[in-house]
Design a protein around this ligand. Structure first.
Ligand code: C2E
Ligand code: CA
Ligand code: CA
Ligand code: CA
Length: 277
């Protein structure tokens, strides 16, 4: 390879410094954001293909920094590295439970509401009593709350995660396995953990109508889930062709821009008032 010039090396080093500094800044800012309530939730509607109706929402975190809304893709990785994710997960649980309580108090029914939980949070036993206490405080029926965990993260510290998951399952919360198909040994996880739902990753859905391999993997995932009596949802559905494929393949639910982008809590409220679940 061609050797780097001196100025290029210096430039690279500067860039590295920038990155480290930006990371440190971001971590500090994130801590303040949690304390000062700058985190907010959006909710993406999910469509039941059988009934053609709304069946729930996925809660998605946003960080309001001045005028800017920062995507979790930018800060969740840092939060995971620093352990701050545990606080964030609890914040999200609190915020979502409070929101669902508010909707219910107005007589609105949001269906099942899904919350993303990081694998780190599943490794502390305290999360079970935390969730149970918040649920009691908001008087929520546990079976309308669904927890999403990604397949890849389940590989670490399997014992605690499995324990935490079955305890929450015993409290009647639901479990969804997120980004399905992107991790390892999918089948054994499905048998070992108490999943109610499986979410097919967007990467399969993206080109499901033009890529025969992705089409057959998607069909195989759906039929496997059916035989295990696990509901299937497809994420990242953006057009009518994808929808058509998924209906034909027997998928239960979809989520994606085709049905709706993530909405503010107020927009969800309007949806629930005018279109019901
Ligand atoms: P995810 O759980 O796979 O969430 C789906 C992401 O896809 C969301 O991005 C959503 O806005 C986006 N999306 C939904 N429909 C479509 C579509 O039709 N097309 C395209 N191109 N994108 C679509 P978002 O909100 O930026 O979240 C990114 C990731 O950050 C999530 O991926 C999840 O892993 C993580 N995350 C989000 N909220 C939370 C949270 O509250 N707690 C934790 N621990 N992680 C979160
Ligand atoms: Ca998710
Ligand atoms: Ca996902
Ligand atoms: Ca995904």
């Amino acid at each position: 390879a061609k050797a780097l010039g001196k100025s290029q090396v210096r430039c690279f080093a500067l860039h590295m410094n920038d990155r480290v500094q930006r990371r440190v800044e971001l971590e500090g800012a994130l801590r303040r954001a949690i304390a000062q309530d700058e985190l907010t939730m959006h909710y993406q509607p999910q469509l039941d293909l059988q009934s053609g109706r709304l069946c729930g929402f996925e809660a998605l975190l946003r960080w309001r920094r001045g005028e800017r809304l920062i995507s979790p893709l930018e800060f969740i990785p840092i939060a995971e590295e620093t352990g701050l994710i545990r606080e964030i997960d609890r914040y999200v649980i609190r915020a979502v439970f409070r929101q669902v309580e508010e909707w219910r108090a107005e007589g609105l029914d949001p269906g099942e509401v899904a919350i993303n939980i990081s694998a780190l949070s599943l490794q502390e036993a305290g999360i079970v009593s935390y969730i149970a206490a918040e649920m009691t405080r908001r008087r929520l029926p546990p079976d309308i709350i669904k927890l999403e965990v990604t397949e890849s993260l389940l590989m670490k510290n399997v014992d605690t995660a499995q324990q935490v998951m079955s305890e929450l399952k015993a409290l009647h919360l639901k479990w969804s396995i997120d980004d399905f198909g992107t991790g390892y040994s999918a089948l054994s996880y499905l048998r070992r953990y108490p999943f109610d739902q499986l979410k097919i990753d967007k990467s399969f859905i993206d080109d499901v109508n033009v890529n025969p391999e992705n089409a057959s993997v998607t069909r195989a995932i759906i039929s496997m889930a059916r035989s295990l009596r696990i509901a299937v949802i497809a994420e990242g559905v953006e057009n009518n062709e994808q929808l058509g494929f998924l209906v034909e393949a027997g998928c239960d639910q979809i989520q994606g821009y085709f049905y709706s982008p993530p909405l503010t809590a107020e927009a969800c409220r309007q949806w629930l008032i005018h279109r019901g679940p």
